[in-house]
Design a protein around this ligand. Structure first.
Ligand SMILES: Nc1nc2c(ncn2[C@@H]2O[C@H](COP(=O)(O)OP(=O)(O)OP(=O)(O)O)[C@@H](O)[C@H]2O)c(=O)[nH]1
Ligand SMILES: [Mg+2]
Length: 298
């Protein structure tokens, strides 16, 4: 039995905001990666694991590739391209609503130069008409991509079965890399900090959410009751941002805290006390030391 087990590593790459993380969550059947309508939601490589019968598929969701504006941006681009190497297949995701932009073309040309098989998912079929889908496929053909193109909707599931069938062809004989009930390799602290960052991304606007980093400093389960105490600090880049995050009368913090607490409670199945703090860490996205503290460098 063991020797027939198959596995595959699939790298998911593309421009920001095209729906890579939504797709990862769909494949795994639960929320592994945070999602928002803001570009650059994903900052690190997020592993999602799907184990079925005699195979295991390991998806690597990556940060959207964009021109880096700071050191964090550089690290993100590097993470994305590295995840497109040393995998059994790379799944390039594009957004049908936006069509193929210059950045998409550049990413495509870079990843198709390697020896890793390429599949293309054209996401958000639910938001466009048939003609747009055909035009985008034509554009891909012009770029030399003729096969393995899948119009899908990670939101509704349209076309996702066909894509999964295609991905299964890249399974190779290999071990079960992760225990079969494991869906992600993210440590608890990271999951919690990502949930808080997601709420900040969704609730805040302009440049404020992009400069936010969340550090979970405490997760403590009480011995005497089903209750978890969590403390986290939201870092931002400027004093003015701190004011916006706190909000009038503490309203914004309250909102972020309430929504995050809801999700964290669902995750742990226990009541959660969430203590949130806000601190300013100027230009942390350009500081190697701060980025190391946040876990972006080994
Ligand atoms: N209409 C529609 N919207 C979608 C679909 N998939 C994702 N979205 C939306 O697109 C936005 C971006 O989704 P994400 O999954 O965060 O995109 P991403 O590619 O991971 O983004 P980054 O992490 O920033 O690179 C969110 O608002 C999603 O709800 C889809 O199939 N249809
Ligand atoms: Mg993402």
């Amino acid at each position: 039995m063991e020797e027939h087990f198959k596995s595959a590593f699939i790298g998911i790459v593309g421009s920001p905001n095209v729906g890579k993380s939504t797709m990862l969550n769909y494949f795994i059947g639960r929320k592994v990666a945070i999602v928002s309508n803001k570009a650059q939601t994903t900052r690190s490589r997020i592993t999602g694991i799907l184990t079925k019968g005699d195979y295991q598929m390991i998806f690597l969701d990556t940060p959207g590739i964009a021109d880096p504006k700071n050191l964090l941006g550089e690290v993100m681009v590097k993470t994305a391209y590295e995840s497109a190497r040393d995998v059994d297949a790379v799944l390039f995701v594009a957004d049908l609503k936006h069509g193929l932009g210059e950045r998409d073309k550049e990413i495509l040309s870079r990843i198709s130069r390697g020896s890793v098989p390429l599949l293309v998912a054209l996401n958000k079929t639910d938001a466009v008409d048939k003609k747009t889908i055909i035009t985008t496929i034509d554009a891909l053909n012009t770029l030399g991509v003729d096969e393995h193109i899948f119009p899908i909707s990670a939101k509704t599931g349209d076309g996702m079965d066909e894509l999964m069938v295609a991905l299964k062809r890249f399974l190779v004989d290999g071990p079960m890399y992760y225990p079969k009930d494991m869906t992600s390799d993210q440590p608890e602290k990271q999951i919690v900090s990502e949930i808080i960052r997601e709420k900040a991304l969704i609730l805040l606007s302009d440049e404020v959410p992009h400069g936010i980093g969340v550090e979970v400093t405490k997760i403590n389960e009480r011995d005497d009751k089903p209750l978890i105490d969590i403390e986290a600090t939201i870092y931002c880049e400027r004093d003015s941002h701190k004011g916006i995050i706190i909000g009038r009368g503490g309203n914004m913090m309250k909102k972020i805290g309430m929504e995050a607490r809801h999700d964290i409670q669902m995750l742990f199945g226990k009541q959660v006390f969430l203590g949130l703090f806000v601190k300013v860490k100027e230009n942390w996205r350009d500081s190697r030391r701060d980025l190391t503290d946040f876990g972006f460098f080994e």
